[in-house]
Design a binder for this molecule. Structure first.
Ligand SMILES: Cc1ncc(COP(=O)(O)O)c(C=O)c1O
Length: 457
């Protein structure tokens, strides 16, 4: 079916489904209105308005993969706080750690007795030998970039077009007509971010080689699979080239695993044998509590010791925040690494994701649509393109906000919450086979309606 027809049907669906959403949620609507007396636009964080719903669902309870809103509507959550709750809402070992955390103080600016175990676990699980904690993945990326600049003595950074690495100024750029410019719509942006950041298309080895040639780039910051512009898998051999070319240019490689930790135990880096100099993870690593971790190679750690010795006195390093490395974070991180983020959890996630991938593909074929399903472990993305996209330009061409919104709203009214901004399904170990099958059935129903076909899932 042609894109224009599909979008016309999507617009009609959005209107009808928004009405259904509204009619089922008078309490959520009232609570949202009431919150406007205190919160800017009625929400504690403005992203909460970026769902395609007429107003946000106000959550009353969340457990495992189930959300219950103020009106008593129950939905199966495959957004999972856009990865923060990848292992399910309130995993029992993390809740237990929270319950016991108070006796050691929540935050003391001193290491707690969990520090040794957590340090050991991070090294074992993710491979790099030296670690530090932050509160968010944005923080960790900022700190890792600063380290890369400190140890290389270089100012510039390279990212891939379509990237998102958090609220990190240096990375908020776009590639437009071959030029790197500050991203549109940034608030209060006073510096031209293109001065120190170079953006190139993902999977473009020639562009990478050219950009690194002047030997002035401190580090390449990359997701191993791009997950914030649809989903863009690496072309065969791209990661080998990335490592070889960065090494040859004296540029460090910083891998952001915040989303691709869905790949399997140890993240994409461990599963696919990448060899980064720096690594960042956040979101689900503390089971939903704000924690991020960043690791570095022995060579970087050694160089940092030298730099620190050369500097006189203490003073601000630009790295670290007061609540980072707290007793609360260490307790939750330990609980998550030891008991939640386990081989068994990933086994369940992969097996459910296999089921969903097969079901979605069958439903797409039955509806006669030329879409693909991309996947990195427990993370699946429906891409409105007949073949996997290779870079952000292709991903943008394939995307349709209208079709996306229709899918989201219709799926939500059938009881399944997808991730806003894209068509992402994240599979938690708490998702049952029955729920996975229900998700596929709902997807088949919705795209059958969109394509005016009865899809048999
Ligand atoms: C790949 C990646 N890195 C970092 C971040 C930033 O995470 P946070 O918003 O928790 O700081 C995000 C957020 O979506 C992300 O997708």
């Amino acid at each position: 079916m042609e894109r224009a027809n599909l979008e016309a049907r999507a617009r009609a669906l959005i209107e009808a489904e928004a009405e259904v959403f509204r009619a089922r949620r008078p309490r959520c609507a009232a609570a949202h209105d009431e919150a406007a007396s205190g919160f800017f636009d009625g929400v504690p964080q403005h992203w909460m308005l970026d769902w395609p719903t007429p107003f946000p669902m106000v959550v009353d309870q969340a457990s495992g993969v189930e959300l219950v809103d103020l009106d008593g509507n129950r939905v199966v959550d495959v957004c999972l706080g856009d990865t923060g709750a990848m292992f399910g809402h309130g995993p029992a070992p993390v809740l237990e750690a929270l319950k016991n955390a108070g006796t050691r103080g929540l935050t003391t600016m001193l290491p707690s007795s969990d520090a040794q175990a957590v340090g050991r676990l991070l090294v074992e699980r993710f491979g790099l030998p030296r670690w530090q904690l932050g509160a968010t993945a944005s923080d960790a990326n900022r700190f890792a970039i600063r380290i890369a600049r400190a140890v290389t003595g270089r100012a510039k950074l390279l990212v891939f077009d379509g990237c998102y690495h958090g609220a990190v100024d240096d990375t908020l750029v776009d590639l437009v007509d071959g030029k790197t410019i500050s991203r549109r719509n940034l608030l209060g942006q006073v510096r031209d971010l293109g001065e120190l950041t170079v953006s190139i298309p993902f999977n473009d080895e020639a562009a990478l080689e050219k950009a690194l040639a002047a030997h002035d780039i401190a580090c390449v910051l990359a997701e191993p699979v791009m997950t914030n512009c649809g989903m863009i898998p690496p072309a065969p051999g791209f990661h080998d080239a990335l490592r070889r070319l960065t090494r040859a240019a004296g540029t460090l490689l910083l891998i952001d695993e915040t989303h691709t930790i869905s790949t399997g135990l140890g993240g994409y880096t461990k599963v696919h044998g990448l060899d980064p100099d720096l690594i960042v993870m956040g979101k689900p690593i503390g089971g939903g509590v704000p924690v991020s971790v960043w690791g570095m190679s022995q060579a970087i750690s050694d160089r940092l010791h030298v730099i620190r010795r050369e500097q006189s006195g203490h003073g601000h390093s630009g790295i670290g925040t007061t609540l980072s490395g707290s007793a609360l974070q260490l307790a939750c991180l330990r609980a998550c690494l030891e008991h939640v983020m386990t081989e068994e959890a990933y086994r369940i996630m992969q097996s459910r994701a296999d089921r969903i991938e097969a079901g979605f593909k069958a439903a797409i074929a039955a509806a006669g649509l030329d879409w693909t399903v991309s996947r990195v472990g427990a993370r699946l993305e429906v891409v409105f393109s007949p073949v996997p996209v290779r870079n952000a330009e292709e991903a943008r061409a394939a995307a349709s906000d209208t079709i996306e919104a229709a899918l989201h709203l219709s799926m939500l009214n059938l009881g399944y919450l997808l991730t806003p901004f894209h068509n992402m399904v994240l599979v938690s170990p708490a998702l049952s086979e029955k729920q996975a099958d229900g998700l596929v059935e709902a997807f088949a129903t919705v795209i059958g309606r969109l394509a005016e076909r009865r899809a048999a899932a």
